[in-house]
Design a protein around this ligand. Structure first.
Ligand SMILES: *[C@@H]1O[C@H](CO)[C@@H](O)[C@H](O)[C@H]1NC(C)=O
Ligand SMILES: *[C@@H]1O[C@H](CO)[C@@H](O)[C@H](O)[C@H]1NC(C)=O
Ligand SMILES: *[C@@H]1O[C@H](CO)[C@@H](O)[C@H](O)[C@H]1NC(C)=O
Ligand SMILES: *[C@@H]1O[C@H](CO)[C@@H](O)[C@H](O)[C@H]1NC(C)=O
Length: 436
């Protein structure tokens, strides 16, 4: 860490006692010995955006969190010039330009640091940048709090929303016209985020979903960012597990349906259960129902009334029933039981078959569960995905979950061989019925 620059920055912040800057100190105390930050402590993020692949980036100080869980890294590891050219140690605002009619700007990431703007394309700084904000976005003030893209038709025209204090600037990308608005029901955003076509304003460790045209915030907000946008194991024990798990944007670890058609979906320390013929979801801790496994399973499949649960290189087997009972002698090494080294990313068995399809990276391996000893067949590359988070198979075919979306295929071989992606469905809304 550029400790000196950092200390200087803090000193200045304290000396000036800018309301905007004060938050920088208290929370920096959450950093551990390596200067790494823990997002589960309730950080107020400086800036949030997605990259061109849809992966969320959360900026805090000179650190960056990629995705919804995992450790922080220095921002300059990904975006060298943010640091080299401009030692401010934090990003004020960031967004991903979504402007399909204008291929030269579409999918560029913009970062705002004090009075400068940086434009990156495919993680490379564009020539001529950084520039003054006033050159690229005339009329938009320096030292922004937040920014978010608002493409047509979510906004009347392709726009960017900039936030500073109470003021919100609707900037039309085409005409460069600015409309200044005050959204009276909305808190001052410290960062703003467009995700799965919804708009979120983060303030402190809370967030509110808002309508980009009117600024309306639904009364159920604000909510806790750690419940929905981060995976924090020890957090939220007294919050509503069902509501959180069904609407969380964090990807699932594993999913399966048992032979009766009951669905189990696992994420972190929790799982959701949806019983056949009943739309009421239930959520519980993995610790409670699958004590031996504890948490964070990699892949789960169902075979002959047993749940096969893979975590790292170990296989756990539970008999389906209330309560689920762990079979004696397990866990056993995945290698011994299935003939392939763990960890496994996803696994599924289709009804009336004895083959488990194990997904590891971009490959699928078949294992005949009736064979003894079991051996894994040759690796078959999946044409459409480099990585899969979870998958399940039922009477209607295979559902493959990647990030916040799932894809449906009629058969496993169609899943493996299809090049063009089928229709994308949202996990939270379409699988779990989250209404927002
Ligand atoms: C990134 O920042 C760290 C700490 O601020 C510094 O030690 C390192 O040299 C920087 N790396 C690059 C590539 O600029
Ligand atoms: C950018 O802003 C600085 C400080 O306000 C000014 O000195 C400089 O001329 C500006 N650069 C351009 C290219 O407008
Ligand atoms: C929001 O920003 C305005 C400045 O535009 C400031 O006066 C006000 O105190 C801020 N509100 C909060 C809650 O920080
Ligand atoms: C669905 O499950 C809920 C919660 O366990 C239960 O209260 C309800 O009676 C069930 N409904 C049906 C139709 O089985």
């Amino acid at each position: 860490m550029k400790l000196l620059a950092h200390i200087l920055c803090l000193a200045l912040a304290l000396a000036w006692a800018h309301a905007d800057d004060v938050h920088a100190e208290g929370e920096e105390a959450h950093a551990d010995g390596d200067g790494e930050l823990d997002r589960c402590q309730g950080l107020e993020m400086d800036a949030v955006t997605v990259d061109e692949e849809g992966i969320p980036y959360f900026f805090k100080g000179d650190h960056l969190f990629k995705g919804f869980h995992g450790k922080s890294q220095l921002s300059n590891e990904s975006f060298t010039e943010l640091d080299e050219l401009h030692h401010v140690g934090h990003v004020d605002a960031a967004f991903l330009m979504h402007y399909e009619h204008h291929p030269t700007e579409h999918d560029h990431m913009f970062f705002f640091l004090d009075e400068k703007v940086f434009s990156y394309y495919q993680h490379k700084l564009e020539e001529g940048y950084p520039k003054n904000i006033s050159e690229v976005f005339p009329g938009i003030p320096d030292h922004l709090d937040a920014a978010v893209e608002c493409p047509h038709p979510q906004c009347d025209e392709d726009s960017v929303l900039f936030f500073k204090g109470h003021d919100i600037y609707h900037y039309s990308y085409q005409t460069k016209k600015i409309e200044t608005k005050h959204f009276s029901s909305m808190p001052n955003c410290t960062s703003a985020f467009r995700f799965m076509e919804h708009f979120y304003c983060f303030h402190g460790h809370l967030f509110s979903k808002f309508d980009p045209k009117t600024g309306d915030v639904h009364s159920r907000y604000p909510k806790e960012a750690r419940d929905y946008f981060m995976r924090c194991s020890k957090f939220g024990e007294d919050s509503d597990h069902v509501e959180r798990e069904r609407c969380s944007r964090v990807h699932l670890d594993a999913i399966t349906t048992d032979n009766a058609g009951n669905m189990y979906a696992f994420r972190g320390h929790h799982f959701i259960r949806k019983d056949e013929g009943n739309d009421t979801l239930k959520a519980d801790t993995i610790e409670h129902a699958f004590k031996e496994l504890h948490s964070e399973v990699d892949a789960v499949f169902t075979y002959e009334d047993h749940l096969y649960m893979i975590k790292d290189d170990q296989l756990y087997v539970y008999k389906v029933g209330e309560p689920h009972t762990h079979l004696d002698g397990y866990p056993k090494p995945v290698k011994d039981e299935l003939g392939i080294e763990g960890p496994i990313d996803a696994a599924f068995v289709c009804e009336d078959h004895h083959n488990v399809h194990l997904i590891k990276g971009g490959d699928v391996y078949n294992v005949d569960l009736k064979a003894s000893p079991r051996t894994a067949g040759p690796a078959r590359p999946i044409e459409a995905f480099k990585k899969v988070d979870a998958a399940m198979c039922g009477a209607d075919g295979v559902k493959v979950i990647v990030g916040n979306h799932y894809y449906h295929f009629d058969t496993p071989s169609i899943f493996i061989s299809t090049r063009a992606l089928s229709e994308q469905h949202k996990v939270s809304q379409q699988l779990f019925g989250c209404d927002h």
